[in-house]
Design a protein around this ligand. Structure first.
Ligand SMILES: Nc1ncnc2c1ncn2[C@@H]1O[C@H](COP(=O)(O)OP(=O)(O)OP(=O)(O)O)[C@@H](O)[C@H]1O
Ligand SMILES: [Mg+2]
Length: 284
């Protein structure tokens, strides 16, 4: 499990009196969870993503991995080995002349070669919906934005990380592209004890995958379990300037008007709740 304990972060060149970008943040990510961290532009998502991946060091507070506080350089190296981070601009992560070479870079560095290397690369490419026989020889730079993002993800999955950190993975993808990426992430989660932290400014994109939510605003964070009805009923989303998915806004309004709607998790749940209310009131 990854945990952040009272983590504060200011960039080195930030003016001293300025509020830190991240202020006293505590979070826990147990295995098997998909934590969706939502926040507006500039709220600190990419900064927090890099802190979780061990690429930035907290100004104060600490990180823990499996209950052990991370302090030494060797601990950070171990953290980085267990994490896979997909950056906000995955194009920056691509460099090789073919998809095969790009995806095999990480596992090769882990010492894999020959058949086991090819097997690992094949599996990762299949997980992201880019079969090796069709895409392996192509240049990653000749692919569409959505395909590039999935190649970058395959390169990370091929290293079999325990925790996947995704910074705005759905940005710029159409419905089909989002579905393909979603299936890759579901396949990753089916592997057992893995977990994901997904950073986004658009809640609707990760509603299905998320098991927990956290909202980042003014450098502070508030985390919720997905099943928590208060998330829909009591949160002041306008102060966060966050948009809930439209169907969730409707569920919240109906719930505030007294309708018995148990925290629906999808438009389908909401539709079923409305049907059952209608049936129990004799169709009125
Ligand atoms: N290298 C840097 N040096 C100084 N300040 C930085 C640096 N990178 C980011 N910041 C500042 O930190 C704050 C948070 O930035 P960050 O990129 O983490 O936000 P974000 O939530 O990822 O935004 P976006 O949704 O636009 O990607 C911003 O005010 C930004 O100006
Ligand atoms: Mg960002």
């Amino acid at each position: 499990m990854l945990a952040l304990r009272n983590v504060t972060y200011s960039y080195p060149l930030q003016i001293q009196r300025e509020r830190p970008v991240l202020d006293d943040i505590s979070l826990e990510l147990p295995p098997g969870k998909v934590l969706c961290v939502a926040g507006n532009n500039g709220s600190g998502k990419s900064t927090l993503a890099q802190l979780c991946a061990g690429l930035l060091l907290p100004s104060s507070g600490s990180l823990e991995l499996e209950g052990r506080r991370i302090t030494r350089k060797s601990d950070f190296l171990e953290l980085r080995r267990k994490m896979g981070i997909l950056f906000q601009s995955p194009e920056d992560q691509l460099f090789a002349e073919s998809v095969f070479k790009d995806v095999s870079f990480g596992p090769k560095n882990l010492g894999l070669k020959g058949d086991s290397l090819e097997k690992r690369v094949r599996k990762a490419c299949e997980m992201v919906g880019l079969p090796l026989n069709l895409y392996g020889g192509k240049s990653p730079f000749s692919l569409s934005e959505g395909e590039k993002r999935r190649v970058a993800l395959a390169g990370i999955l091929a290293m079999e990380p325990q925790i996947l950190i995704l910074d705005e993975p759905f940005i710029g993808l159409d419905f089909e592209g989002r579905k393909l990426l979603e299936s890759a992430l579901e396949a990753f989660m089916r592997q057992g004890t893995a977990s994901i932290i997904l950073f986004t400014h658009e809640l609707a994109h990760c509603w299905k995958l998320a098991t927990d939510f956290a909202f980042l605003s003014g450098g502070k964070i508030a985390a919720f379990e997905k099943g928590d009805i208060n998330l829909l009923r009591d949160m002041d989303f306008s102060s966060l300037s966050m948009n809930l998915p439209q169907w969730a806004v409707l569920a919240r309004k109906l719930s505030n008007m007294g309708a018995k709607i148990n925290n629906p998790e999808s438009p389908r749940d909401l539709a079923l709740a409305l049907i059952s209310i209608k049936e129990s009131s004799g169709g009125k």
